[in-house]
Design a protein around this ligand. Structure first.
Ligand SMILES: [Zn+2]
Ligand SMILES: [Zn+2]
Ligand SMILES: [Zn+2]
Length: 56
């Protein structure tokens, strides 16, 4: 069973209505599911900087 929180390394968002399951892991949004490969922002609550951290 997927973790109730986003599997994106720097994202602590809880999975909600927009959750995406990929490779057996749960992500809060499509951007996280794609590991922000194209700089997609996190669609979850404001203040989440996981997209930035992904390119650190
Ligand atoms: Zn996030
Ligand atoms: Zn996320
Ligand atoms: Zn993310």
């Amino acid at each position: 069973m997927p973790d109730p929180t986003c599997a994106c390394p720097h994202c602590k968002c809880v999975l909600g209505q927009n959750a995406v399951t990929k490779d057996g892991k749960g992500y809060c949004c499509q951007g996280c599911a794609e590991h922000h490969a194209h700089g997609e922002p996190c669609e979850s609550a404001t203040g989440c900087e996981c997209a930035k951290s992904a390119h650190g």
